[in-house]
Design a protein around this ligand. Structure first.
Ligand code: KIV
Length: 295
């Protein structure tokens, strides 16, 4: 077999907990270790902010790792920003597997989460497990699925079988048609109570992370304090355990309307790597998101 020639195809470190210095191209801080589920739980408990971004290929995943991103999400937003689709509904499991493999090849340190796309976990927990296995085999450490209530048994089924799950509540893009558009969720008392009940139920069923999209900051803050797992926000305010943005949005190449919660980190950055590093620094310090990014 020939040696890999791509700068992004550096060999894996020998041991799963090998320090970053043992992993070619994996950043400069010698004490950085691969991020584990326990590390994320510890960060949440200690109030240390988690910086997450979406990526869909090895080149950007590599640059994010070098910038100190803790977790990389292969989001089904790839339907919008890579495939040019209007919604994430047509994204296939094969596409998610392909992009997860691309990111996983660059992975040295970051926690890797991959979305189960629409229709791949709706039928039964068994079908969800078979599909989640494909993402796990492609290199995902955790899968993400959207919705509460009807997803609880599936989350239990997956986590009991050793697949870590991130539950996505609030604005759920896969059902944006049913929600009548990209609108803030949990604004009134009834829908806030529903989100809180679903979040508690999902964590009790085994979900080890919650992602909240487009919900009032006060609601996200309350859940972050109440739940024993990291709460990652996108348009959910600064009190969350961490933040995520779609990479194209935070590089200012998302196109279309810029949601309120997005900040373009390319402005004032000399390179993509610098934009990633500034995002990490601002998430860690609490400077991002600011009031103007919050509902
Ligand atoms: O698919 C995606 O990129 C997401 C975002 C909300 C982070 O789920």
């Amino acid at each position: 077999m020939t040696e890999p020639t791509s700068p992004y195809a550096a060999p894996k470190p020998d041991a799963p907990d090998a320090p970053a210095s043992a992993a070619p191209g994996a950043g400069t801080a010698p004490d950085r270790k691969p991020v584990t589920l326990q590390r994320l739980l510890d960060m949440h408990a200690a109030g240390e902010k988690i910086a997450m971004l979406t990526a869909y290929d090895a080149t950007f995943a590599h640059a994010m790792e070098a910038a100190g991103v803790d977790a990389i999400l292969i989001g089904d937003s790839l339907g919008n920003v890579v495939q040019g689709l209007q919604t994430t509904v047509p994204v296939t499991l094969d596409a998610m597997v392909y992009h997860t493999e691309c990111v996983a090849r660059a992975r040295r340190l970051a926690w890797i989460i991959a979305d189960l796309p629409y229709g791949t976990y709706h039928e039964s927990p068994q079908v969800a497990w078979r599909n989640a296995m494909r993402l796990a085999q492609a290199g995902a450490h955790m899968i993400k699925l959207e919705g509460g209530g009807w997803t609880t048994e599936t989350v239990r089924f997956l986590t009991e079988r050793g697949i870590p799950v991130c539950a996505h509540l609030g604005l759920t893009p896969q059902t944006v048609t049913a929600l009548s558009g990209f609108k803030v969720q949990g604004k009134d008392a009834e829908s806030a109570a529903r989100i809180k009940a679903h979040a508690r139920e999902l964590v009790d069923a085994g979900a080890q992370m919650l992602l909240l999209e487009m919900v009032p900051a006060a609601l996200a803050g309350e859940l972050t304090r109440a739940l024993g797992v990291p709460v990652i926000g996108i348009g959910a305010g600064a009190e969350c355990s961490g933040q995520v943005l779609v990479m194209h949005d935070m590089l200012g190449v998302g196109g279309g309307r810029k949601p309120r919660f997005v900040r373009d980190f390319m402005q004032g950055s000399a390179s993509v790597g610098e934009a990633f590093a500034r995002y990490v620094a601002d998430v860690k310090s609490g400077a991002f998101p600011a009031a103007q990014h919050t509902y």
